[in-house]
Structure formats: C-alpha cells, structure tokens
Design a protein around this ligand. Structure first.
Ligand SMILES: [Zn+2]
Length: 186
C-alpha cells in the first residue's frame, strides 16, 4: 500500500504528475506540481530546452465526473527563432480538463469529455500539462529587439542571403539624372 495514501495525506509536491483518484473524497483538492526541464526532455522533439514552472492544480471530484483546472506560472527556455541562442519565455496561463467516468466511449453520450474507466485508480496529468504548455508558447519565440546574440546573427547572416540595402539613388549617382528624366515623364 502506498504510504502516503495510507496516512491519508495528499501529496503536495508530486514529481510524477499522477493524482490518486481511488478513495478521493467528493469535493475540491489542491495539488502543486513543479515542472522542470527534465519533464520536457522526456518528450521527443520538444521545443522546450529548460523550464522552471509551477502548476497549481485544483481537482474537483463529483459523482461520476471530475474537473481539473491548472494555473501554470514560471518560465521556459527555448531556441530563439532569430539568433538560435537560448531565450527565456515567461508563462502564465490556465487550462482545464473535464473527465467523465465511463466503462467505454459508448457510455459517454459523445460529450467533450476525457473518458476514464472508473476502475482506474489514478489520473496522469503528464500529457495534459505538456500539451497546454506547448500550446501557450508564443508563435514568435525571439529575444527582445537588440537582445539577440550578435555573433550568432553574423554567422547566420553569412550563410543566408544578405539583406537588400535600401536602394535609394543618391544625388551624385550617375543614375540621379536618369531618375529626374523619368520623374518628368510621369
Ligand atoms: Zn535571439
């Protein structure tokens, strides 16, 4: 038997993102989950290189259903889209998930619920938390203007096509006279 469950204590610091449902009383229960870089490292192709997040989870258990809401705050480290150096992105958002206890999908009335077999004793929040953190990453993951790694930018610039310079014709350019001609014609 799980020693924490045996003593009837709710785990306040839970690193495996699993909530024991069996024997949980009807009503609201609070949990705190710290989420670090290792959490994202276990997912393939994760954009998140490091993380210092906290998920404050409220689980409301009803009869035959559960509502899970999480407030997620902190920051994550990702690759900057512009200079490829690490950039820290602050995060502060909420997400929810509705769970219905049913033996199978046929029992679920086709609602927008996550179906959980009542015999399952635990709720794993790993995928839920991962998906919502990824969904809440900004479309453009870049440093503040001027904060990019210039050395890196220079290297990238020499690989990519050079940026077109403003092609305004100067007064003393041989084209200046021509430009005047065209202006007159128009
Ligand atoms: Zn950058």
């Amino acid at each position: 038997m799980h020693p924490l469950k045996w003593r009837g204590i709710e785990m306040s610091e839970n690193k495996d993102f699993i909530i024991q449902i069996k024997g949980l009383q009807i009503g609201k229960h609070n949990y705190e989950f710290p989420i670090d870089g290792a959490f994202f490292g276990s997912f393939e192709n994760s954009l998140i290189l490091d993380a210092d997040l906290q998920a404050d989870v409220v689980l409301e258990k009803g009869s035959g259903w559960m509502n899970v809401s999480a407030d997620i705050t902190g920051d994550v480290t990702v690759e900057c889209d512009r200079c490829l150096d690490d950039v820290i992105i602050p995060m502060d958002f909420s997400c929810t998930m509705a769970v219905k206890f049913a033996k199978s999908f046929e029992d679920s009335d086709g609602d927008e619920f996550i179906i959980m077999d009542p015999a399952d004793g635990e709720l794993d929040l790993t995928q839920f938390l991962y998906d919502y953190v990824c969904l809440n990453l900004p479309l453009q993951k870049v440093h503040e203007e001027g904060d990019c790694n210039e050395e890196m930018m220079a290297k990238l610039g020499s690989v990519n096509a050079p940026v077109e310079k403003d092609d305004e014709v100067g007064e003393d350019s041989p084209f200046a006279a021509l430009k005047g001609l065209f202006d007159k014609k128009n």
